[in-house]
Design a protein around this ligand. Structure first.
Ligand code: SF4
Length: 730
């Protein structure tokens, strides 16, 4: 499956909208059909980001709009998990309870389902306190939903317990960006700047599989004479297109970046004027890299000294340059420091805050950017405000029509929240609303997370399909999806775009905004109309979001649906209607109090779990072209499922020979957290000391059964990208 174009019609017919999946948010058109699938995807060449190109996921996105492919009625379970808890004495017994033993999900009316949710949340709140009711959101929710979900948690549930799966996506890059630049926006420049840079280092990113239409930017860079360097333990389809591929041991990207900065300094490639005029903290960073001489870095990373020198010279001597990271360096227990080290490299060589130069993060989820700006993160209020900042609390409380004192404080990060589900005592979360997330597949140490979800008094899941998490729920709320509703998304460039409703939803399905309004009313929060209310009209919610974000870092005050439609999206910050938006940040100054970018004085440290005698191999995880995130949607699309039907264990021929496994044979992978089995896929594209598994599937091949929840101390990102395993021929 390769990048393809949707049905070409030659005319711009259909509703202009965007793909439901990744952060590229490719433009597409949806035209009505007479078949079971109510619309078909057509190309939209006028949208500048993808110019009509779509990957297979986008091209087949309409399949899930067919009534038979998705949920169309609320479901409730008559015997609640809590009732089983009475009979069983420990959580492990609970975890073994089959759905049948816990009562089957059955169809219910919306009245019954919503009453059950509201009364259950109220009962838990009364018995265990407000923070015992939790909310877990998603990076695929529209800005309007993310905003309303954060507001619902804070003023309808009055809980501090809210976070979202975007924590697992880009939180380390966000934290490092805020430390260095004073603000976090995935890319501080448009994608269109990439072909104009002279040297680009792509670290732990595989856009050839995750967002294929973006590859043209990298191709154009090379056609323009630029150099593409890819850092990845695997020779991915992206790495195959690079001028230089560095293949480090998983979890050593930090040492690699420090080694490159060491060489930049040693070979006098530091831009001393830029460092003096626009940065602070260089001396401390320089002191930290002195211990990372090339031979030592080769020993840590496995990257030969000659390649280190070649990379440093390409980047250091280039007039302009960029470093882009993705989940590889970010999903580590030292992800913030690792990204900080790559930013240091940009700063020292003067490749930040200048045209066609800079650091950026390739965000993963469709609204990974907007989802983290407007309040579903544990420590944030809308506009990328801190929930601990008195001025921010006062501003947002005024918009919501409540006393600032009523707003909860910062809550627990995503994994900490999941790990506290069902725990005894005041820290335990007893009821949870999950909206647009499937942590049974996507969370680290997933078997334990599943147990925790089963131990709740009340689990409520809003989703469009019966995901693995929804299968554990006491109440399932069928939600409208992408083409059935209007709302804004913010793509990886910080470009706010508009998804338009193109078709009606099945009659039994409701929007998440409507669900939140109904629940808020049942919980005694204000109804729609006026500040502090809960409206279900997306444009009305967006108007309130604009006011709530006004004056914040992610300022949307000047963005309207009309402007987005007229301008192919608007880049934030955009503080007023006459403001043009901000495609490029930092050209004049960084967003720190003194306008200077800050070096991070970081040093290498090993992964939380290094190989040893018992678990001698590195495991790293990632995505494949035809599937998206937890696969809840893409696994249900026949074309995508045929292209990528199940998990596999990628390993080097030498390792396969040592283990005694042949291509396609079942291979068990065992970590300290569990054991999975999947077919071996033998290739010399991976290091002999490492195996790779994609994480899109549940069941016996679930990669996240194995992954390590060790958290980065700053971003609270779990260490998805590296843990220690052993292999057993199954
Ligand atoms: Fe959709 Fe991303 Fe594929 Fe574009 S690259 S079609 S946004 S999944």
């Amino acid at each position: 499956m390769t990048t393809t174009r949707a049905t070409a019609t030659g005319t711009a017919t259909g509703t202009a909208t965007h793909c439901p999946y990744c952060s590229l948010q490719c433009g597409m058109r949806l035209a009505p059909t007479a078949g079971a699938v109510p619309v078909e995807v057509r190309e939209r060449p006028d949208f500048p980001v993808n110019r009509g190109a779509l990957c297979g996921k986008g091209q087949n996105a309409a399949a899930l709009l067919a009534p038979g492919a998705r949920l169309t009625t609320p479901l409730v379970r008559d015997i609640r998990v809590r009732d089983i808890r009475v009979r069983d004495t420990c959580d492990s017994a609970l975890a073994r309870a089959t759905p049948a033993a816990r009562g089957e999900l059955r169809a219910a009316s919306w009245e019954e389902a919503l009453d059950r949710v509201a009364s259950g949340f109220a009962a838990v709140r009364e018995q265990h306190g407000a923070d015992a009711v939790g909310v877990f959101g998603g990076g695929g929710l529209t800005n309007e939903k993310a905003y309303q979900l954060g507001k619902f948690a804070r003023i309808a549930l009055k809980t501090a317990t809210i976070d979202y799966n975007g924590r697992f996506c880009m939180s380390s890059a966000a934290a490092a960006g805020r430390i260095a630049f004073g603000v976090d926006r995935g890319l501080p420049f448009p994608l269109a700047d990439i072909p104009r840079t002279d040297c680009l280092i792509l670290v732990g990113a595989n856009p050839a599989e995750t967002m294929p239409p973006a590859l043209r930017y990298f191709r154009e860079l090379r056609e323009n004479g630029g150099t593409l360097i890819v850092v990845d333990p695997r020779r991915t389809r992206t790495a195959e297109q690079a001028d230089l591929h560095l293949q480090p041991v998983p979890g050593t990207d930090l040492a690699l970046a420090l080694g490159l900065l060491h060489l930049l300094i040693a070979e006098r490639m530091v831009d001393v004027d830029f460092v003096a005029e626009r940065t602070s903290g260089f001396e401390q960073a320089r002191a930290a890299v002195m211990a990372h001489w090339p031979e030592r870095v080769e020993r840590i990373t496995g990257v030969p000294v000659a390649q280190l020198r070649e990379a440093a010279r390409h980047f250091g001597r280039a007039r302009t340059g960029m470093v882009l990271t993705a989940r590889g360096p970010e999903q580590q227990s030292k992800g913030t420091d690792t990204v900080g080290a790559w930013i240091n490299l940009c700063l020292a060589s003067g490749k930040a805050g200048r045209l066609h130069s800079g650091y950026g993060c390739l965000t993963g989820q469709g609204n990974g950017q907007g989802g983290r700006e407007h309040g579903q993160k544990a420590d944030q209020l809308p506009g990328y405000r801190s929930i601990e900042d008195p001025a921010a609390r006062a501003h947002v409380a005024a918009v919501w029509g409540v006393d600032p004192q009523e707003l909860p404080r910062s809550g627990r990060s995503a994994y900490e929240l999941l790990d506290s589900l069902g725990a005894p005592g005041p820290q335990g979360v007893r009821a949870l609303l999950v909206m647009g997330s499937n942590p049974v597949v996507s969370a680290p140490r997933a078997a334990q997370v599943s147990e925790r979800l089963r131990s709740l008094d009340l689990l409520v899941v809003s989703d469009l399909v019966l995901s693995e998490t929804a299968q554990l729920a006491d109440v399932v709320l069928p939600s409208t999806q992408w083409a059935e509703e209007t709302g804004t998304m913010t793509n990886l460039e910080g470009r706010v775009i508009l998804r338009r409703r193109a078709t009606a939803a099945p009659s039994g399905v409701r929007s998440d905004l409507w669900v939140l309004k109904e629940l808020a009313e049942r919980l005694g929060a204000k109804g729609p109309g006026g500040e502090g209310g809960f409206d279900d009209d997306p444009e009305t919610v967006f108007a309130e979001l604009r006011r709530a974000s006004a004056g914040g870092q992610a300022d949307y005050a000047g963005i309207s649906y009309e402007r987005i439609a007229a301008e192919d999206g608007v880049f934030w910050p955009c503080p007023a209607e006459h403001h043009p938006g901000t495609p490029r940040l930092f050209l004049d100054a960084f967003a720190t109090p003194d306008g200077r970018a800050r070096f991070a004085p970081v040093s290498h440290r090993p992964a939380a779990e290094e190989p040893d005698e018992e678990y001698p191999i590195h495991l790293t995880t990632g995505r494949v072209l035809a599937q998206y995130q937890s696969g809840a949607q893409t696994r249900r699309v026949a074309e995508l499922s045929a292209a990528a039907p199940g998990p596999f264990v990628e390993l080097h021929p030498r390792l396969a020979a040592r283990v005694g496994v042949a291509d396609g044979e079942p291979l068990a992978v065992v970590s300290r957290r569990g054991r999975v089995v999947a077919p071996a896929r033998i290739t010399d594209a991976i290091r002999p000391d490492t195996v790779f598994m994609p994480f899109h599937w549940a069941g016996p091949g679930r990669a996240n059964t194995l992954t390590n929840p060790a958290l980065d101390p700053t971003s609270k990102m779990p260490e998805f990208k590296v843990c220690a395993v052993r292999l057993e021929v199954s």
